[in-house]
Design a protein around this ligand. Structure first.
Ligand code: IVH
Length: 677
């Protein structure tokens, strides 16, 4: 290849890469695959390596280059970088629009043409393109002078180092916002955290910190993004006459412009845009803190000019701040209807996310520990969208001397029953399930439900009503109800009251498993209740069993066992049970064969595949009768697997865990030869 054909090839490759960059990053509509792009890129890289004299700074291969700096150079902006005035409500927006009408001597009724844009929460940047080539990027600084961050800005992949086309002015200044999308922010923070380094408080700080890295290699690893929103200096060239057209032109040259930007008419159009963005806000991949309205006609912009440091032709309409600093005055624990204790921070009231917030959930004790929250701390309270306000983080550096650690209460703040916190669970709970007024309404609904005591007619709505009228306070009160006061209830009548009393009476004769299930012990569903009933035989035995004994019952693990023991350990619950029995609730106990805890005790067996001579259900029962636990899934606890025909994933899992495997023959032999002693 001659020198000129090499130069030509290099030029063509660069053009192609720039074009595909725009398709990918700006238009979000790539024409070629990533692999094809990489091929072009590598070809260019190779040619440049062979001919280093042909490398130019605007080549797509030259994004990350240069050595680390010792500091940033100051640059004077060719035209000051201004800020924007703010409005916070419709009234202020109307006043802004009215001022413009008056200044331009327009009829009050005529609608002005605006461009409405998201107000990106990042850092303003000025980009100078000379002859279409990115020459300098500078931060806003104080508006007059900023810092030269060209090396770092070049690493932002969506930004062209050279503009597309050839119709750009000789000198073009573009202004925009550098920001960090939320996903990238989270990834960076995770990485910093695993490296034991300080994390960033929000995407804006992360963007600022990344842009001010002295080593561009580091900046290149940060997921920065940019959107352009204005044109500054233009020399030797022309630009379109409206802001909207200018943005379209920038986009054509390959510069990233947000596609959330819209043309709107008058204050009404502005307001509709504000409302729509407010709704979209939480779903956007980046933070915005409001919207910006700009007069579209550049002649009108010029006529309006500036006041102090902001243009008269544009205004920022801010969303209410989503974060505020306040202090934690006290922490209280709320008891939910499932007994869960939720720590709630009482705050010095603050206006955040558009409302005054004086409480924030702290979720659970793990969360408190993780965030290191104490009473008296200065904290950042966050309220995003419609979500419940929360304490985002503690300002540790502002921690006063006399803060107090938050302790989980040992008894329920509502009913004084004991509080349990099972190992491995984040949530602490009140154990007074039958007694605690915070939980009792739900407990009654459950107790009366079809699969529990099956009290016909005592549905959720009626429970609510009886509770509201004070006719029942606890479960045992169901059996103290009398027809007369019931009949006096709205929409009740004599007949239905009598029917209800009859149904309540009928429910007294029940089964042990229904009663156990009806108690609403956490994690004890119908099948566990049944297993308890069949294997332990009586309520007395269940109440007396410790965690080890409970775990000999099929499918009962340590967590269910712990919940069960805690439930019966609570005197309040035992008392209610006693009342229920005194009021006539009864059942027949089961006979238990004590030798059942026999020959195969401790074995955890899994049956899989199909058996030809044995019925699987029957095999299961016989194994259980021999004291084995028959489980439906293979785990490290499994001691043996019997596999029939066409056994699949369970068999494979058992193999991978090195668990002894045998066939139907062996199972038959085992059942034949094993006897409980
Ligand atoms: S226009 C002369 N448009 O907001 C007008 N600014 O509060 C200059 N910002 O310093 C700004 N999104 O960093 C404009 N779509 C947008 C913007 C935007 C974010 C930032 C910008 C500016 C600050 C003013």
């Amino acid at each position: 290849m001659t020198d000129s054909t090499i130069q030509h090839t290099i030029n063509q490759l660069r053009e192609a890469l720039r074009y595909h960059n725009q398709r990918y990053y700006v238009l979000d509509d790539p024409e070629i695959s990533d692999a094809e792009y990489d091929q072009l890129f590598q070809k260019l890289q190779r040619l440049e390596q062979e001919h280093p004299e042909l490398i130019t700074t605007d080549s797509p291969t030259q994004r990350v280059g240069g050595a680390a700096l010792s500091g940033f150079t100051e640059v004077r902006h060719l035209r000051p970088m201004l800020s924007l005035g703010n409005v916070f409500n419709e009234e202020e927006l109307l006043a802004f629009d009215k001022r413009i009408h008056e200044r331009l001597k327009l009829e009050a009724k005529s609608d002005l043409a605006y461009v409405a844009e998201p107000k990106l929460d990042g850092l303003a940047i000025s980009l100078l393109y000379r002859e279409g080539v990115l020459e300098r990027a500078a931060t806003r600084g104080d508006g007059e002078t900023g810092e030269d961050v060209t090396q770092n800005v070049r690493t932002i992949k969506t930004l062209p180092l050279k503009l597309l086309g050839n119709d750009w002015p000789k000198l073009l200044e573009v202004r925009g916002e550098i920001f960090m999308p939320r996903k990238g922010f989270e990834a960076i923070n995770q990485k910093l955290a695993t490296q034991g380094q300080k994390t960033f408080a929000n995407p804006r700080n992360a963007a600022a910190g990344s842009l001010r890295q002295l080593d561009p290699q580091l900046t290149a690893q940060r997921p920065l993004a940019i959107y352009c929103y204005a044109v500054g200096i233009v020399e030797e060239g022309t630009m379109p006459a409206t802001h909207w057209q200018q943005l379209a032109q920038l986009k054509e040259w390959g510069l990233p412009v947000s596609d959330l930007i819209e043309q709107v008419q008058g204050v009404q159009g502005c307001h509709a845009y504000f409302a729509a963005m407010g709704k979209k806000r939480d779903q956007l991949p980046f933070d915005i803190d409001g919207v910006v309205y700009k007069i579209n006609d550049l002649n009108l912009q010029e006529a309006l000019g500036f006041v102090s440091r902001a243009p008269r032709w544009a205004i920022a309409h801010k969303f209410p701040a989503q974060e505020q600093v306040t202090t934690i005055v006290e922490v209280e624990f709320q008891v939910g209807r499932t007994g869960a204790l939720t720590p709630v921070a009482r705050l010095e009231p603050v206006f955040v996310g558009g409302v005054t917030v004086s409480n924030a959930t702290l979720h659970n004790m793990d969360e408190i520990e993780r965030k290191d929250i104490r009473v008296g701390d200065f904290v950042i309270v966050r309220r995003a969208g419609d979500v419940i306000p929360e304490v985002a983080r503690v300002l540790i550096e502002r921690r006063p001397q006399n803060t107090r650690p938050i302790e989980l209460p040992t008894v329920c703040p509502v009913c004084q029953s004991h509080v349990e916190r099972i190992e491995g669970e984040a949530v602490a709970r009140c154990t007074g399930g039958l007694y605690c007024t915070a939980q009792v309404k739900e407990a009654i609904k459950h107790f009366a439900s079809r699969r529990a005591l099956n009290i016909e007619g005592l549905g959720d709505k009626l429970v609510e009503l009886l509770f509201a009228k004070g006719l029942i306070k606890h479960i045992d009160d169901i059996y103290r109800l009398e027809a007369e006061p019931l009949a006096a209830l709205e929409r009740m009548g004599k007949k239905s009251a009598e029917n209800l009393i009859a149904a309540i009476d009928k429910s007294k004769q029940t089964t042990l498993e229904r009663f156990i299930y009806g108690l609403g012990i956490r994690e004890v569903g119908e099948s566990t209740a049944k297993a308890y009933a069949k294997h332990l035989g009586s309520l007395e035995a269940l109440m007396a069993a410790d965690e080890t004994a409970l775990q000999t019952v099929p499918d009962v693990g340590p967590i269910v066992a712990a919940h069960t023991v805690q439930f019966f350990a609570e005197a309040h619950n035992r008392e209610i049970i006693q009342h229920l029995r005194q009021l006539g609730v009864s059942w027949n106990d089961y006979e238990v064969h004590t030798e059942v805890l026999g020959a195969l005790a401790g074995q955890v067996i899994v049956l899989t595949g199909s058996f030809s001579r044995l019925n699987r259900e029957e095999a299961k029962e016989r194994l259980e009768a021999l004291g084995a636990k028959v489980s439906s899934s293979v785990s490290a606890k499994t001691t043996r697997v019997f596999a029939g025909e066409k056994a699949g994933s369970k068999l494979a899992k058992a193999e991978s865990l090195n668990i002894p495997i045998a066939d139907e023959e062996a199972l038959l032999a085992l059942l034949e030869t094993t006897k409980n002693t």
